[in-house]
Write a protein that binds this ligand. Structure first.
Ligand SMILES: Nc1ncnc2c1ncn2[C@@H]1O[C@H](COP(=O)(O)OP(=O)(O)OP(=O)(O)O)[C@@H](O)[C@H]1O
Length: 354
């Protein structure tokens, strides 16, 4: 049985529906990342689970108990915010024990819990420090300890790392992931950052316009996007509309009886640039002309024109502007969708692996 079980949830503001038919089963100790473009409903979903946004239909269960209509304060769910939301006039210990005080946990027991949590988040000896004296990363760890102090059934994190600078963010995300594995809390995390979602989550839910478009392991979402939206959102942002091979666009895939119009997606990093040749190879081969190149550190990103299509391809070598090239994408790096149904035709399914 799933620990957090969301069934056919529809929720929104007033008579405006934002979330449509959300089905999500989260196992105990699992971390699910909610990914999606701005406005797709990630925060609304967290708020609906917490009881801050009313449910229009559907059900939410935790550990077998229905909580759909329970007010927020009677749900044992805590939230960690991007802004930390710590009390600036309180010490670290007072912040962490705040929820314990509200729940009238005896002082000695609360104190022990605070010390245990400080040790877990590597802030031993900081109990009397003012939170305003702490760094961003330390404040976020205190916010996490405060949320965990009351032993919530579910922890929800709304962009918890986005106020941190890039370097601290990298280390805090690994700390958070390690803590989640060690303590085994069940959590939902909202992030804009795909890499963060892939690194931290056990599974990722990609949302589009209030619906879960795909739910899967980080590898599934990245390597086998099930819709053009997920492919594009996960970085395969080159798209070619294909119906039949032409001299400049050749598709050569095993088992491919292409009778329908296809949308072919691929990542810039998966494309190889070569000098033009007559060699026939498996995969997609497009001839074009380099229009621009930009140095990215490890490689150059090239902008290539093929007819009226603009494509991007990465290469360690910097190809001169105006050179004629052949862009090649191997079969495993192509994400193939039927333009009409937006699904991968069965005959192409074995191709998409990368
Ligand atoms: N209090 C509100 N009243 C009415 N509509 C709202 C309210 N809050 C959010 N919305 C609308 O709900 C939709 C989803 O917003 P939400 O904040 O859940 O998206 P999000 O995916 O978290 O976006 P972001 O990544 O920008 O934070 C948006 O169209 C937004 O305008």
């Amino acid at each position: 049985m799933a620990h957090l079980d969301i069934r056919q949830l529809q929720a929104g503001y007033g008579d405006k529906t934002i979330l449509h038919d959300i089905n999500l089963q989260v196992q105990k100790g699992e971390m699910i990342a909610l990914l999606g473009p701005s406005g797709c409903g990630k925060t609304t979903l967290l708020n609906a689970i917490c009881g801050f946004v009313p449910t229009q239909s559907g059900e939410v269960h935790i550990a077998g108990h229905e909580i759909t209509l329970l007010p927020a304060e009677r749900r044992n769910i805590t939230m960690v915010f991007q802004s930390y939301a710590l009390w600036p006039h309180m010490s670290v210990a007072q912040n962490i024990s705040y929820g314990l005080k509200v729940r009238k946990i005896p002082k000695a027991q609360a104190h022990k819990r605070v010390l245990d949590l400080l040790s877990i988040i590597n802030l031993e000896g900081f109990e009397n420090e003012k939170v305003t004296n702490l760094s961003g990363g330390q404040r976020q760890r205190v916010a996490l300890a405060r949320a965990l102090a009351v032993e919530p059934d579910v922890l929800v994190l709304d962009e918890p790392l986005s106020n941190l600078d890039a370097k601290v963010r990298l280390s805090v995300r690994h700390e958070l992931k390690a803590l989640q594995k060690k303590l085994g809390f069940t959590s939902l995390i909202v992030t804009h950052d795909q890499e963060e979602a892939l690194v931290m989550a056990d599974r990722v839910a990609v949302l589009n316009q209030g619906r879960i478009e795909q739910l899967g392991t980080p590898e599934d979402i990245y390597q086998q996007p099930q819709t053009p939206f997920v492919a594009d959102f996960m970085g395969a942002d080159n798209c070619i509309i294909y119906q039949a091979s032409t001299p400049s666009v050749q598709l050569n895939l095993a088992n491919a009886a292409a009778t329908q119009k296809l949308a072919l997606y691929f990542r810039s990093s998966a494309a190889e640039l070569r000098t033009v040749s007559d060699r026939t190879e498996a995969g997609l081969t497009i001839s074009g002309v380099i229009e621009q190149s930009a140095f990215l550190g490890q490689q150059y990103r090239h902008t290539l024109r093929s007819g009226d299509q603009i494509l991007q391809a990465d290469s360690r070598q910097c190809w001169p502007i105006a050179s004629s090239v052949s862009l090649h994408v191997p079969p495993h790096a192509l994400h193939v969708f039927d333009l009409a149904t937006h699904e991968t035709p069965p005959s192409f399914q074995s191709n998409s692996r990368g």
